[in-house]
Design a protein around this ligand. Structure first.
Ligand SMILES: [Zn+2]
Ligand SMILES: [Zn+2]
Length: 385
């Protein structure tokens, strides 16, 4: 069972941003695995706090969580800082300097701190990066895509244990299963400095094999092509990135898998452009339809829309259809569809056509051409912000 994010951070549901930041900062200092080497639960507690902070520190995701709980966050791409070292984390989120200050304070109190390595320090599997190309329609409404990547997967012969058939793994005698070894050096009158590093015997895995699997030579991994299903959420935009936790390369025994990062590219469409969550559709209308009025169909991305043009429709005229635009990514509601009228003028006229137009021109007066609204104002109303 996942714990409520507000409970994790120990803040009220109406806590403001500084309070949330402060709560996370406190927990990070207490549980970041670079700092806390004594509590075996430290890493899990830190991650739980980091995830809660990721969600509650962002206004959109917090609103989604408040309304719909964990279900409201499905498919959301969140910034990942689980791999950050303690000082990197503080530099990135709270400004530099804090780390150094607290180390000196702790040392002066005769405390100890640790640096380097990670819990069960076996390096996690590699992160994978792929790019997918979508048509506008798929980006707007969401789509499931399969991507093929070459990645480390659990070895088939040993099921990822690295041990030969019929044998198993045993606790590493060097580090007694922790994957890490500690070196303690004195800082004179300022306490002691504990450096933790990856156990050289088990390479951080915490366990060793007596008889390695022949297929993977004990690594527990094999390089293979694998296919991963990517659920692209509705409303994704060009240049955005999704993170699929744990879908990267296998980590081998005692190590977490990496993550898969998916960069989304959206192909440009001839007739529709996206502006925020609005879609702007260019409707080409003949000169005659514009002058006489017409009923036309606009093939919007999710079905036709009937558009009625009044006689005397001008270029740059805009018709707005509420809630027919792009769904808000990981949110609620949709933008608008705006139909922008473009009047097309005939080319390559025959002699007869030219004569008829010249005749028409003689019959038209200035009154027929009276302008109503500025063309630029109308176009600006489409490309608002
Ligand atoms: Zn070891
Ligand atoms: Zn194997």
């Amino acid at each position: 069972m996942k714990r409520d994010y507000y409970d994790v951070l120990g803040v009220d549901r109406d806590a403001d941003e500084p309070a949330i930041k402060k709560a996370f900062r406190k927990l990070a200092r207490q549980f970041h695995p670079d700092v806390n080497t004594d509590d075996p639960e430290a890493e899990a507690k830190f991650k739980e706090a980091a995830e809660a902070y990721e969600v509650l520190s962002d206004a959109d995701s917090r609103a989604a969580y408040d309304h719909y709980g964990f279900a409201g966050l499905k498919g959301r791409s969140v910034p990942d800082f689980s791999g950050f070292g303690f000082s990197d984390l503080f530099d990135a989120f709270f400004g530099g300097g804090d780390m150094f200050g607290s180390v000196l304070r702790d040392a002066a109190r005769g405390g100890a701190w640790a640096a380097g390595g990670g819990p069960g320090a076996a390096p996690r599997g590699e992160d994978l990066h792929v790019t997918i190309e979508l048509e506008l329609r798929d980006a707007v409404f969401g789509v499931t895509r399969e991507v093929e990547v070459k990645a480390d997967v659990a070895c088939e012969s040993c099921r990822g244990t690295g041990a030969a058939a019929g044998t198993g793994r045993e606790s590493c005698p060097q580090c007694r299963g922790s994957g890490r070894v500690r070196e303690v050096s004195s800082l004179g009158g300022f306490g002691q400095f504990v450096r933790t590093s990856t156990c050289p015997v088990c390479r951080g895995q915490g366990t060793i094999v007596q008889q390695p699997c022949e297929t993977c030579r004990g690594t527990g991994k094999q390089r293979r092509k694998k296919t991963i299903k990517v659920e692209v959420p509705a409303g994704i935009d060009d240049g955005q990135r999704l993170r699929l936790t744990g879908e990267g390369g296998a980590g081998g025994p005692g190590a977490r898998p990496g993550d898969l990062y998916v960069l989304v590219r959206v192909n440009a469409d001839d007739r529709v452009v996206r502006e925020g969550n609005d879609l702007i559709y260019r409707l080409d209308v003949t000169m005659v339809d514009a002058a006489l009025g017409a009923k036309l169909k606009v093939p919007a991305l999710d079905g036709d829309i009937d558009v009625t043009l009044a006689p005397g429709t001008q270029p740059g005229e805009v018709k707005v259809y509420r809630n027919r635009g792009v769904p808000v990514l990981n949110g609620y509601g949709r933008g608008d569809l705006k139909v922008l009228v473009n009047v097309t003028v005939p080319r390559h006229l025959t002699d007869e056509q030219r004569e008829l137009l010249e005749r028409l021109d003689q019959l038209l007066s200035a009154k027929n051409y009276e302008a109503d609204e500025s063309f630029f104002d109308k176009v600006r109303s489409v490309f608002h912000q």
